[in-house]
Design a protein around this ligand. Sequence first.
Ligand code: T6T
Length: 322
Amino acid sequence: MRMRNLVMLGLAVITVGACSSSATAAPAAGKAWNLTLIQGVAGDPFYVTMACGAQAEATKEGVKLNVTGGNKWDATVQKPVIDSVTAAKPDGVMVAPDDSKALLTPLKAMSDAGIKVTFVDTKLDDTSFAVSSISTDNLAGGTLAAKTLAQLINDKGTVLVVNVDPGISTTDARVKGFTDEMKNHPNVKVLDVQYTHDDPTAATTITTSILASNPDLAGVFATNVQNAEGVATGLKQASNTTVKTIAFDAGPKQIEDLNAGIVQGLIAQDPYGIGVAGVQQTVLALNHGTTTATIQTQLAAITKDNVNDPSVQKYLYKASCS
Ligand code: T6T
């Protein structure tokens, strides 16, 4: 079955999700504010691309931007990063918290120190003190992943979900969208969700061991860049050509795996647009403009068939801004 069939689902009309208000947010005249972007983890192509968008918008608006992040997806690693940014007292911060509960205290302290806080990508359960929360419609993306995978496996068989950690707003929503949709596919059995702590090597180990214990495995849903990379490595090492894989994100290695036919579909986000909107909302708040509490950016279903289409190029993540 060719992945053009994604379009036949009527869902993958290239983009899903409400349009962000970023297109209409007029930059108000203001000071040369100092902003900081705290990435969920440094070096991840999703956040590299988000930083490119944030920097482009910061330059456009004449504000300064610092970019920082921990070297691992871990709330205990991110907390001291948050604390040191608060101590440096920038005017505004765009932050992707690694855990929706554990980072409430340091982020509330940041806001209480008078720093405008905007959530980009991930968010806390408590968004009451944030200027804005900007993300993909992750629930819809998870639903789309399930519908697509169900179609690829002819609506029957065992499927595996490889996820980061529980307690992350984005990936939790993706899994919820996926598992809720699979309830409409009674002949598809979803195995217990496996967690990798954002480590591709763990995703490879999990894939290898689940393949050994479930030789009839039909499909995999990998919820982000690192999981997708690790799953693809596991399938390659097992020389498995039968399992169908759908993954969130569109990092450079994921595109290689898509083109090689190891992965059949990618639910790509618009991290560049999230970075742009993050700066816009934070600057609006600093200039006493009207901000938008929740912004959902678009996503795109990418397959081997449409990966070279001009319309999807903005959804492919960058390894660097140049
Ligand atoms: O999928 C993105 C991001 O949306 C998620 O919150 C964490 O993982 C990524 O950064 C990709 O690795």
